[in-house]
Write a protein that binds this ligand. Sequence first.
Ligand SMILES: [Zn+2]
Length: 102
Amino acid sequence: MKIPEKVRIGYMDYDVIQTENNLCLEGRECLGIIHYEDAKIELNTNRNIQKQQQAFLHEVVHGIVRDRGIEWGENNELYTDEIAKGIYCLIRDNPEIFKECE
Ligand SMILES: [Zn+2]
């Protein structure tokens, strides 16, 4: 799975920016950050490709959750991460999942 340069989530088109710079959110180092107001997803490239893909999907799930108006409260990060890992495995284990629909 190649990480795209843009991703549309709901009515927003996000630019996906890959960077070697360390990313920090609320004092913690992280692999990705989604900036809703700037329509931008930053991803750190200093990890292996699987980690980058998972980080990308994690930020996409954040975008979907926001777009759909879901409130996960204090479990937001946990749920986001678990759903992202589930989607990652789904794509990895079923690479042809929508092929026959085309
Ligand atoms: Zn997160």
